[in-house]
Design a binder for this molecule. Structure first.
Ligand code: ANZ
Ligand code: ZN
Length: 847
């Protein structure tokens, strides 16, 4: 044991030292317009909650950090920024709970979270830090909103919207998950409110088209967005109502089945049911319908439309006429038809739609089959399983008989359009984005209501419209924002006519600030623009975006929409903001359940940083499993990683104390070992290859096991300091603190013959940090497989294949070949005249 070896690995001291070093030297500052190729690596910025950051944050942040450090070593100008998404419900609810103003709690929470991030050794460029609640930031959020307003894409309307009774605010459709509030899990109600909307539906097609240009996005993410946008091509069919001048228009994707239509359903929200007089409905029936309307208003869409739910409805007493065959179809009101889908009315085809079948069974409506699945299909239908929803041939359908359903669909659409009662349409599930909240802690919507001039935008030079600092900010629950009570703030002058006018009192949703934040990072200090075109051109698009699956149809969709709109205005330079999206799997607690405070299975990253160090935490976190997989935290798992780092520490210290490169191993034999043993050389080059390829493919977890294997293989071998250095460069992205320290220990300054790249970096940065090394390259010959298969030919004809050691000589191969039975046979009465040998590939005996 050498003296240095006695020094135990003191993670606390080492980590604090290097964190201070990086911060003071601004090691990770990114330079605009550098000559190096850029790499924009983004992680979703968090809202600074009172509980601090947890393992769920750590996972993507560490992976992104590893990738950022790796890219810097590869000569990239890396932008790896961070910020705070601090407006919105979570921050506000926390403030209310604590009884402290949200601006105060936000500031405290940010401080704490920042301390955590730095203790994890994350290499963010803090020069570009942003905070969505900072007026110098939300000035631009407001400015961007006004661009939507000026183009008519932000509009005010009164409508039935989702309302969370607990959070006392309206919600966007995207914020309603399985009928519940995305934030608090309360069942969402419907409420009629005046709201601001952003016309995301105008971008439905572009949002879909854009997905096709993103080969580096996971299919699952693209599919989720696609389904959310929900494009449907079909036809609106108009049916007349007997004894009425009114008509019912139904949207269907399956007009091919229309000969099988046996009823028509209006959703309870249908405009024809607004007033009794519209349809001439019997007095008693109308009363029943009114009751039914009320009941369905309180139910969640996804319950109403669920299969297997007992179908309910009211018969209106009226009949529609199916123009195709002049049949009478009873007209019902039923809640499984939604007001905001298609036309809010459905033509019922119980033979080929499961919900229609369920409804028909309850109301004793005839079921007619018009599609035959195959020869065996008898057309009998008594149970739900027999409802034929796809593929087959038309039967009982007049001029469609015998056609495949897809051909029939085209034929009947042509026919209906030519007859004037059908019109092809494209429908989207996507709805306009409810963009206002009745809460305090958000960006004020920069508009003024004037009696004479209407809605007037606040002039650009008066932005930001600052959020007034008030004592009372609890939600009112009345549908008005708490801002409405602050007369001093609400009362203002109309920017146009200067008369008294009133500020808009709704605030923006928590998704506003994040809808453009990556752009701000490219030019975070700009006072004249949200981001200059020049800076955007250098940095955008984001090359890799690390984030969660839960944002796929929220932030990820919203920000693509903003970006597409801004691109149309010439304000941004890319159509799509994120070239690659990399979602991560969740971490389960040691008990295999999702980590949550209520379950008490939360592992606090800070505890492990304290007890075992950030490098251990980072390495273990990477080791847990593939980035995209759900992984379980093992209570003791990190201890093994710590032991590994201890071993590395001792190993490197021993080598530094008595460098193998100078060591004379045996006086007697006069052997001086000055290079790596062949085993070390091979293992090291294999490691370089493995880590490089794994990082390029974002396979972080397999890197960790490769480090362990490598050390096992070489720990008793001669290894030069140069090779140790290479190893440290490879390890550095994962365990940066200990790598920096060991880099010093092996004498970083000893490497006089550093590559020009390295010395260049050192000169300009005057820093002795691994970060300014160059990523090592592997020698392909050294990483080749140990054995190869050689083709054995006689007179040019393939006779056999032979496995030999890589690099075997001709003599050696010849010797082996002669042992082969086929060769023995062929050589019985022959002599070899000539031998052709291609190393590692072929041997040909000419006889
Ligand atoms: C007739 C029909 C026959 C339908 C058939 C389906 C099968 P998919 O098919 O999921 O893409 N629909 C239309 N508007 C609706 C509303 N407001 N509420 C509930 N359901 C509605 O969606 C299209 C189908 O959804 C439409 O095609 C319609 O039922 C139903 F054999 O019309 B179909
Ligand atoms: Zn005015």
């Amino acid at each position: 044991m050498t003296s240095r070896n006695m020094n135990n690995y003191n993670h606390k001291k080492i980590e604090a030292k290097w964190q201070k070093f990086w911060a003071s030297k601004k090691t990770f500052a990114s330079k605009d317009f550098s000559k190096k190729p850029k790499k924009f690596i983004l992680v979703e910025f968090p809202y600074p909650s009172g509980a601090g950051l947890h393992m769920g944050h750590l996972r993507p942040y560490v992976a992104a950090d590893v990738y950022a450090r790796y890219n810097r070593l590869n000569g990239k100008e890396v932008l790896f920024p961070f910020g705070w998404d601090a407006f919105g419900l979570p921050a506000e609810n926390y403030a209310i709970k604590m009884g402290v103003h949200p601006s105060k709690t936000t500031a405290t929470n940010i401080k704490n979270a920042k301390r955590q991030l730095q203790s994890w050794g994350l290499s963010f460029d803090w020069n570009r830090e942003i905070n969505t609640t900072d007026p110098s930031y939300y000035k631009w959020t407001q400015w961007l909103f006004l661009q939507f307003f000026k183009k008519g894409l932000a509009y005010e309307a009164t409508g039935m919207i989702n309302w969370c009774p607990k959070d006392k605010t309206g919600l966007a459709n995207e914020e309603v998950i399985d009928g519940k509030c995305e934030r608090c899990g309360t069942v969402v109600e419907k409420k009629e409110l005046r709201q601001w909307y952003l016309k995301i539906t105008e971008y439905a097609e572009k949002l879909l088209e854009g997905l096709k240009t993103l080969p580096q996005w996971p299919e699952a993410v693209k599919l989720q967005q696609e389904n959310w946008i929900g494009k449907k091509t079909g036809i609106n069919i108009e049916y007349s109502i007997e004894n009425s001048d009114k008509k019912v228009t139904c949207f269907t994707t399956r007009p091919d089945t229309n000969f099988g239509a046996t009823f028509v359903v209006l959703g309870p929200e249908h405009p024809l049911l607004k007033d009794k007089s519209l349809l001439n409905i019997d007095e008693n029936i109308w009363k029943e319908i009114e009751k039914y309307k009320e009941k369905s208003a309180s139910e969640a869409d996804q319950d109403r439309t669920a299969e297997n739910r007992i179908k309910t409805g009211v018969f209106t007493g009226l009949y529609c006429i199916n123009t195709l065959n002049n049949s009478k179809m009873p007209l019902y009101v039923a809640d499984y038809v939604l007001g905001n889908v298609g036309t809010g009315a459905v033509v019922g085809v119980p033979g080929h739609d499961r919900r229609d079948f369920e409804f028909a069974k309850v109301f004793n409506i005839p079921v007619v089959r018009v599609v035959q699945k195959d020869e065996k299909d008898t057309g009998e239908i008594t149970s739900l399983e027999q409802v034929q929803e796809d593929e087959g041939k038309m039967v009982n359908s007049g001029f469609l008989d015998g056609l495949d359903i897809h051909d029939a669909t085209i034929k009947i659409m042509d026919y209906m359009e030519s007859q004037g009662y059908g019109k092809r349409v494209v429908n989207y599930k996507l709805r306009d984005w409810v963009f206002s909240r009745q809460r305090y802690w958000g960006e004020p919507i920069p508009l003024v209501h004037c009696e004479d001039c209407g809605i007037v935008p606040v002039p650009e030079k008066e932005l930001p419209v600052k959020l007034p600092n008030v004592k009372k900010y609890e939600p009112t629950g009345t549908g008005e924002s708490p801002l409405a009570d602050i007369l001093k703030w609400v009362k203002t002058k109309c920017p146009k006519c200067k008369k008294t006018a009133w500020r808009e009192t709704n605030t923006m949703p928590q998704w506003a600030g994040s809808s453009w934040y990556w752009l701000r990072y490219t030019d975070s200090k700009n006072k004249k623009q949200f981001a200059s075109i020049k800076n955007q051109k250098y940095w955008t698009p984001v090359d890799v975006y690390f984030g969660g699956m839960e944002h796929t149809t929220l932030h990820l969709l919203y920000s693509r929409f903003w970006n597409l709109f801004l691109e149309d205005q010439g304000l941004v330079t890319e159509k799509e903001p994120y070239k690659k999206r990399l979602p991560h799997g969740i971490i389960l607690g040691p008990d295999g359940e999702k980590m949550s405070k209520s379950r008490g299975n939360v592992v606090n990253p800070d505890t492990i940083v304290n007890s075992h160090g950030a490098d251990t935490l980072r390495m273990y976190e990477m080791f847990l499993g593939p980035h995209e997989a759900t992984v379980s935290w093992n209570e003791q798992g990190h201890i093994g990683v710590k032991r590994f780092l201890d071993r590395i520490w001792n190993w490197v210290n021993e080598i530094a104390e008595a460098p193998h490169s100078k060591q004379v191993t045996s006086d007697k034999l006069q052997v001086t070992r000055i290079g790596d043993t062949p085993k070390v050389e091979k293992a090291l080059h294999r490691l370089i290859k493995k880590i490089t390829e794994d990082l390029e493919a974002f396979h972080f977890n397999t890197c960790i096991s490769s480090f362990m294997e490598f050390h096992n293989e070489v720990k008793d071998e001669f290894i030069t300091l140069e090779s140790v250095r290479t190893f440290l460069v490879l390890l550095y992205p994962f365990a940066p603190h200990i790598s920096e320290e060991m880099y010093q220990i092996i004498g970083e300054s000893n490497f006089a013959k550093a590559t020009s790249d390295r010395s260049e970096n050192r000169k300009t940065k005057k820093q002795k940090s691994v970060q300014f090394e160059a990523w090592p390259k592997f020698n392909p010959e050294l990483v080749m497989d140990k054995t190869v298969e050689i083709i054995v030919q006689i007179n040019g004809k393939v006779k056999a294949k032979l496995t030999v050691d890589f690099g075997s000589t001709q003599e050696k191969v010849q010797e082996e070949v002669k042992k082969l039975e086929v060769v023995k046979q062929a050589l019985l009465n022959e002599t070899v005249k000539r031998t052709v040998f291609v190393p590692n590939r072929l041997i040909n005996l000419v006889i």
